[in-house]
Design a protein around this ligand. Structure first.
Ligand SMILES: [Zn+2]
Length: 482
């Protein structure tokens, strides 16, 4: 018995439910891509898969549409695996447990994978429906979007003819995305020498921050635990002499760190005064962030006698300088699109080993040379201090296109089908569109999708009636592409 039986559009929900039965977290896309290949095979359509498990399925134009430019319908196969703390769900083998409540579909205790399974379900339902009218369709299902867009990065687009691309990886019906940020990761390494001795060690911990996504929430004024820890350490260094042992905070370069800590060797005579200064800094931070961060906690542990290596004073000075001077947060707002962050960066991981302190930053900008200029700033800073750096995960921006026939068609169709004005937006986060724009010259793109809430969390849900409206809308868009 199917949970989604009877919901409309029937075939979209049929395929969607099939997909939820196949585990398909990022990095685990073999089975789901095979499933799509089998569907294509059963439909007698040209299809192929590459070494990244990206799947391409081609459907020829219907009569009368032979001369219309081909359309790429694109979504990603992988989903974010998240579950509630008490869930025993096994993402490697268990099917998701679907539930329908009112107008929404959920998965019990886990993410639903509406992001982006619904795009795949739409595409498969379109491919199998021989009553629709459309140009040549090139359905492209990518992999590992959620972990650096690796499928899209590796995809060979030379076999595609499409001049239009419909990216169905957005979560708000009626909002059309037309631009996204490009990004790159910078990893900075500062070598440190240590002095081995016995002394009193305390741990300074900053916690209780909200954190958030380094693209979407970078303009909310939230505190970055690593940066604030650096600030606190610098302020304490004005009054006290201490030996820095380590600074650590954050696990992902694209998440704003919520907690960070430092270990220091102190003069035990100064402990009381130091504690008082820490308490003062805590209340200063609380008033700095009043109305944004309400739960900032800065604590200092009791001293403990230990044999340990603290940083050479010259190296410690460099670490403190680096944390004080490193740019972080919003660097520029867009002058074209009100409210859009143009360029930003986030120090996401601060880590100390025996021999080095490393910092990982996620940089974003909708203007490529601004992103590169910001990277050069980090590179200059770390090189000047005698450290090294490397970069990974660069993906290009999708810059706003002033003239877009696709956008005009999509918006006109929206007005006719819905009887209201659509919204055009740009986002300060990455989409695969930037990569395809680089691979296929002159590609005209838009990103849209049905309503979803709380993606990437166990509360993720998908709106049934929205899926139906977007289905009717897409079918009409394709019909108008003559
Ligand atoms: Zn997605």
């Amino acid at each position: 018995m199917r949970v989604l039986e009877g919901l409309k559009p029937e075939r979209v929900f049929y395929y969607f439910e099939e997909l939820t039965r196949i585990p398909h977290g990022s990095g685990n896309t073999d089975a789901i891509s095979k499933y799509c290949m089998e569907v294509a095979n059963g439909l007698g359509l040209e299809h192929w898969r590459d070494e990244f498990n990206n799947v391409t399925i081609i459907k020829p134009a219907t009569p009368g549409y032979e001369n219309a430019p081909a359309v790429i319908i694109q979504g990603h196969l992988d989903m974010v695996n998240e579950k509630t703390a008490d869930s025993d769900h096994d993402f490697d083998k268990d099917p998701l447990k679907l539930r329908v409540i009112g107008d929404w579909i959920w998965a019990t205790d886990t993410t639903l994978g509406g992001d982006d399974g619904i795009a795949i379900a739409y595409a498969l339902a379109i491919l199998e429906d021989n009553t629709l009218e459309h140009p040549r369709l090139e359905c492209l299902f990518t992999t590992d979007e959620e972990v650096g867009m690796e499928g899209a990065v590796g995809y060979d687009a030379s076999r595609l003819n499409g001049k239009y691309l419909l990216n169905m990886d957005s979560e708000e019906e009626g909002i059309f995305l037309t631009s996204c940020a490009g990004g790159i990761r910078y990893h900075l390494q500062l070598p440190i020498r240590r002095i081995e001795t016995e002394g009193n060690v305390v741990t300074l911990t900053l916690s209780g921050l909200m954190g958030g996504h380094s693209g979407v929430e970078i303009d909310k004024g939230r505190g970055n635990a690593d940066i604030l820890l650096g600030y606190v350490l610098n302020r304490l260094a004005e009054k006290y002499t201490y030996g820095l042992i380590s600074v650590d905070g954050g696990f992902k370069d694209n998440a704003i760190p919520r907690e960070a800590s430092a270990r220091l060797m102190i003069d035990v005579i100064e402990f009381e005064a130091l504690s008082a200064s820490v308490a003062e800094l805590e209340s200063a931070l609380r008033s700095d962030f009043a109305g944004i961060e309400e739960d900032i906690v800065l604590t200092l542990s009791q001293p403990e006698e230990k044999q340990i290596g603290f940083m050479h004073p010259e190296d410690q000075q460099k670490v403190l300088f680096l944390l004080m001077q490193a740019p972080n947060g919003v660097q520029a707002m867009s002058m074209n699109i009100p409210g859009l962050v143009e360029t930003s960066l986030n120090l996401g991981i601060l880590k100390t080993t025996e021999t080095e302190v490393s910092l990982a930053f996620a940089l974003r900008s909708s203007v490529e040379h601004r992103r590169d200029a910001l990277g050069a700033k980090l590179a200059g800073l770390i090189t000047y201090l005698g450290g090294t750096y490397d970069t990974t995960g660069a993906y290009p921006a999708w810059e706003y296109r002033r003239d877009s026939r696709l956008r005009e068609l999509m918006l006109d169709t929206y007005r006719d089908v819905y009887g209201k004005e659509p919204e055009i937006q740009a986002i300060h986060a990455g989409l695969e569109c930037g990569l395809f724009g680089k691979k296929i010259s002159g590609l005209d793109m838009i990103s849209f999708g049905p309503d979803m809430k709380d993606i990437h969390t166990p509360q993720e849900c998908l709106c049934i009636s929205s899926v139906q409206r977007v289905w009717e809308y897409v079918v009409e868009v394709l019909r108008r592409m003559k």
